[in-house]
Write a protein that binds this ligand. Structure first.
Ligand code: ZN
Ligand code: ZN
Length: 237
């Protein structure tokens, strides 16, 4: 592994982002959903693990596998356990897993971590007002339940985060919906049909005018490019 970037210790945020990504892949594997380790690795390094190398992220995933095994849980098949992790890191990973409901199995207890890991990640994210992980390959994620649940969490988060202000023009929503909330529409900056992801870094809340402008105007390219400049959470795809 590349040790040059390992001189600085991993922050809690970095470890938690790693655990979240791990659990997401784990849940997908449990449900025979496709995922690519290399894609997840890259996504982490484009986001919360920008200070880390691909090999150190890979190694961290193997550490998490080791902790999962210590807890008596299953691990992601593709990440063999790398056991020589410092006890400090091991303990911190255990604490993060515990926060997400994954603890050591007692004797005779069933392995409980199956698809619920995914729900736990999404649910805790929403409860803690953290960003949901979303869906990397919406078109390939074939389980309708998973796809809809995750799409909902992204949509809800983006709408809530907008606080009723259109992220295109900065105006308040044009009216209040029947459900009492400001009316804004959720738009994928890179369209799903073009391979865009269903994640908060590709999703904006827009008033109907701005939304139509994204799809139909003569300046839709320029208009869309502005989003990347003014909305920090977005990542060009
Ligand atoms: Zn607008
Ligand atoms: Zn749209």
């Amino acid at each position: 592994m590349d040790t040059s970037k390992e001189k600085t210790g991993w922050s809690d945020e970095e470890l938690e982002a790693s655990v979240d990504a791990y659990l997401k892949m784990f849940a997908l594997e449990q449900q025979n959903q496709p995922f690519k380790k290399a894609d997840e690795n890259r996504l982490l390094r484009e986001g919360p693990l920008s200070k880390r190398s691909a090999s150190s992220v890979e190694y961290r995933m193997q550490n998490i596998s080791a902790v999962m095994e210590q807890l008596g849980q299953q691990r992601i098949t593709g990440y063999v356990s790398a056991k020589n992790l410092g006890s400090g890191v091991s303990k911190r990973i255990k604490e993060i897993l515990a926060k997400k409901g994954i603890k050591a199995l007692r004797k005779g207890e069933q392995r409980a971590v199956t698809f619920t890991a995914l729900q736990l990640v999404e649910v805790t994210a929403l409860q803690q007002n953290e960003a949901p992980v979303g869906v990397l390959n919406p078109k390939e994620t074939t389980s309708t339940v998973v796809r809809l649940a995750r799409a909902q969490s992204v949509k809800k988060w983006v709408l809530k985060h907008s606080q009723g202000i259109c992220e295109g023009c900065g105006q308040t929503a044009p009216f209040v919906s029947a459900n009492g909330r400001p009316f804004l529409e959720v738009h994928h900056v890179k369209h799903l049909i073009d391979g865009g992801t269903d994640r908060i870094c590709n999703t904006v809340a827009l008033c109907p005018n701005c939304h139509r402008r994204c799809h139909h105007s003569s300046d839709k390219k320029e208009f869309t490019a502005e989003f990347y400049k003014k909305i920090e959470r977005l990542r060009p795809e």
